[in-house]
Ligand binder design. Structure first.
Ligand SMILES: [Zn+2]
Length: 360
């Protein structure tokens, strides 16, 4: 994948949540999370419910800008904003396109919001909720426009059987895959049993930490997120599936994710080679082949060696070319002003954090 000692092809973040870029510095939850489900309930499901289109645009723009600074030229995004679903995929697409980054978005449908807008424990045999219907409609509208995208599902444990089947059907209609969290934490153990009949090689199986049986699709490994949420080591090498790397919304720095994937693998098994984590990193180009035409230039002369990069800090991207357009030159974004993006994103993060403080 490497074209010379200082360059690589464009990196791919195979699982992102661009809406989380404004989360840094957010007020601490009033209830300190003590298990993974409470992290979702007290942090992420409050944050996504507070998002509006302005927050979403600048969150995605900031995440996209930081992607370029890290040599990531394509983002496969998984989005949720239950109070502004309609048009949300266009907002993310516009923000990334304005910066110059490739994006493959999806809307993560879920039945965890009942028809009164309250969080609920999902009865999988219930009819699909209104919220899930709107999510699928937004997905279909976006895919019908001809833009690249996927069908998003939050996770099996927050979806009815009717919703899982409808999502699978929609993906088949547009010849794309379903992008879904699978067995990330203990609350989703056994998810693969409900998904196996639908899954195919186009699916993205995100996390798989507690996966017990094989399932078709690319397994997306997110080692930083898994450590951050204390859900355990996914040990993705135990499966025959293709493995790619994602950030799960922490940022877009995939070379950092590679380095941690190596360390996490080595912590589990002394014989784990950085060559394997390197393969996972560049498997992203099989998901977004256009990135093979992108060129990322680094400040380090051994970018063709996983063994060098695994142990080298202070790696920096100097230049990025996407589709022969220089979108980053000498560390400076060419299409947009980074300081302006940070200023606008900061304005929106203050709005978001205020809304979260009011809702807590
Ligand atoms: Zn995720």
């Amino acid at each position: 994948m490497t074209t010379n000692n200082f360059t690589t092809t464009g990196l791919v973040c195979a699982h992102h949540h661009l809406y989380s870029s404004l989360a840094r510095g957010m007020p601490a939850p009033k209830v300190a999370p003590h298990h993974f489900l409470s992290v979702l309930e007290n942090i992420w499901w409050k944050l996504d419910a507070a998002l509006d289109h302005d927050m979403l645009y600048w969150s995605a723009a900031l995440g996209a800008a930081e992607a370029l600074l890290s040599g990531t030229t394509a983002i496969i995004d998984h989005h949720e904003s239950p109070h502004c679903i309609e048009g949300s995929l266009d907002v993310i697409h516009a923000a990334c396109t304005d910066i110059g980054v490739r994006v493959i978005p999806c809307y993560g449908v879920t039945d965890r919001w009942n028809n009164s807008g309250q969080l609920q424990k999902v009865d999988i045999s219930s009819p699909m909720t209104r919220s899930a219907q709107i999510g699928l409609a937004e997905t279909e509208r976006f895919l019908a426009s001809g833009k690249a995208g996927m069908v998003g599902v939050h996770a099996a444990f927050t979806c009815t059987d009717e919703t899982l089947e409808a999502a699978s059907r929609l993906a088949n209609k547009f010849n794309t895959g379903v992008h879904v969290h699978v067995a990330e934490g203990p609350d989703d153990i056994g998810a693969e049993k409900r998904l196996q009949t639908y899954a195919n090689d186009q699916w993205l199986i995100v996390h798989g930490v507690h996966l017990q049986e094989p399932i078709s699709g690319t397994i997306v490994h997110n080692p930083r997120s898994n450590m951050n949420n204390s859900v355990g080591y996914a040990r993705p090498a135990r499966w025959k599936n293709r493995v790619a790397l994602g950030s799960d919304g922490i940022d877009s720095n995939m070379m950092a994710e590679f380095q941690l994937a190596f360390v996490a693998g080595r912590a589990d098994d002394i014989s784990f080679s950085p060559d394997l984590a390197w393969q996972w990193l560049f498997n992203g180009s099989e998901l977004v082949p256009e990135t093979l035409n992108d060129v990322v230039t680094w400040n380090y002369p051994h970018m063709n060696s996983s063994w060098h990069v695994a142990y080298t800090t202070s790696l920096h991207v100097t230049d990025v070319s996407i589709n022969s357009e220089n979108v980053l030159s000498n560390g400076n974004l060419k299409r947009v002003d980074l300081s302006e993006i940070r200023r606008k994103a900061n304005e929106q993060s203050q709005r978001l954090h205020h809304a979260l403080a009011m809702s807590a």
